[in-house]
Design a protein around this ligand. Structure first.
Ligand code: UD1
Length: 366
């Protein structure tokens, strides 16, 4: 009997820690053959290869090499390239994760070729259609056959949109599987020392959302707030390539670099980054995933966004939405010990990949 062919679509940095535990769990099964397909949306070594290495993944079986571009160029490029692979390989399942352009692109290719599509991290909604990711979530969930959700709010969003409950399985948060898989290495890493920081006495910053970094006025405001915060607590800012480009273009890079207490770094690989997060006093971010990782670790997370598609990190976790001009005041709250503690959401337990394998097997006609 031939094995069930499963394509796992990996594209951008936040996808890799979602694909890895699933790849490892599927690779241990007799009935299926998982293949990693890298679209090439992220291509810098420190945005891609370093994560494959850290997470123990093999080189992708297929690499589409699509790279950067406008939304249409990137999405269209991935569709054109992935359709060719699908036509020649005829996978039995296409598994897409998260909400990046490649997620929506590959889901569309699978759906139009009548190949069953499963979406991992389905049902999240920010309600903000100005975010490209929200469009990607809506499109992907509408056309995926199977919707694997991380939390009850995601189930509710899908049911409200009229999705047949038979398509939904709540599997939990796959990123926690990656953290637990790599916990020993993360704990052994001691990344703070590498940056001359003391555990418990620094903050970690990441920013890359177009709404924060593409608008020069907003970027300038955030830079001023970060400089103020760094004077109170040393900050390690791991700068995303999009953000680096914008800081350079607006002439803000030298100002930030020279600010007392501020350390600017290249994007950091997974093990090193989680080692930094684990012993941070606080996190300042606009990332989706880091809101969840900080909730799991009960670290104060100051999210520089107007909304979040991950509300459980606020209702149950240590995450709060923060207005840009109130960043410094919120940092003071953390330093004064006034930040609320959170708890771990249900099924954020390191066993999500197992639940997915069970569900996928049940839904596959072997
Ligand atoms: C993408 C995702 C976003 C995710 C983020 C994580 C979409 C719409 N956005 O945003 O949801 O949170 O990834 O990082 O899919 N660049 C490099 N090297 C790289 C990759 C990008 O230099 O390896 C630069 C290029 O100038 C590129 C820019 O960063 O134009 C933006 O990259 P892109 O993949 O379009 O979006 P991200 O901002 O990374």
């Amino acid at each position: 009997m031939s094995k069930t062919k499963i394509h796992l679509i990996a594209a951008a940095r936040p996808n890799f820690m979602k694909i890895a535990p699933l790849y490892h769990a599927l690779a241990a099964e007799e009935w299926c053959d998982p293949a990693i397909v890298h679209t090439g949306q992220h291509y810098d070594a420190n945005m891609s290869d370093a994560f494959f290495r850290d997470l123990g993944m093999p080189d992708p079986r297929f690499h589409l090499g699509v790279g950067s571009g406008s939304h249409a160029e990137q999405t269209g490029g991935v569709m054109i390239a992935y359709e060719k692979i699908c036509l020649s390989e005829r996978p039995d399942w296409v598994v897409v994760v998260g909400d990046v352009n490649s997620t929506a692109a590959c889901a569309q290719v699978g759906a139009k070729l009548h190949i069953p599509v499963a979406h991992l991290e389905a049902g999240l909604r920010s309600g903000d259609r100005r975010m490209p990711e929200e469009i990607n979530r809506l499109v992907t969930d509408a056309i995926s056959d199977v919707l694997w959700t991380p939390s009850p709010d995601a189930d509710e969003n899908l049911l409200r949109e009229g999705v047949d409950p038979a398509r939904i399985t709540r599997v939990g948060n796959i990123m926690i599987d990656s953290f637990e898989r790599m916990r020993a290495q993360i704990e052994a890493e001691n990344a703070p020392a590498a940056f001359d920081l003391e555990p418990g006495a620094y903050g970690v910053v990441t920013l890359h959302r177009p709404s924060n970094v593409d608008d020069p006025d907003m970027l300038a405001l955030l830079v001023n707030q970060l400089i103020g915060a760094a004077a109170r607590l040393p900050l390690l800012f791991a700068v995303h390539p999009r953000t680096r480009n914008r800081l350079n273009a607006s002439g803000l890079w030298p100002k930030l670099e020279q600010a007392p207490g501020m350390k600017l770094a290249e994007p950091v690989n997974y093990i090193r980054f989680m080692s930094l997060v684990r012993t941070a006093k606080l996190i300042i971010t606009d990332s989706g995933g880091i809101q969840e990782e900080s909730t799991y670790l009960d670290i104060p997370c100051l999210t520089l966004r107007e909304n979040t598609e991950r509300p459980i990190t606020i209702t149950q976790g240590s995450n709060r939405l923060v207005k840009p001009d109130e960043l410094l005041a919120n940092v003071e709250q953390v330093l004064a010990g006034k930040w609320p503690h959170g708890r771990k959401p249900d099924r954020w337990d390191g066993h999500t990949a197992e639940r997915i394998v069970d569900d996928l097997k049940k839904r596959t006609r072997l």
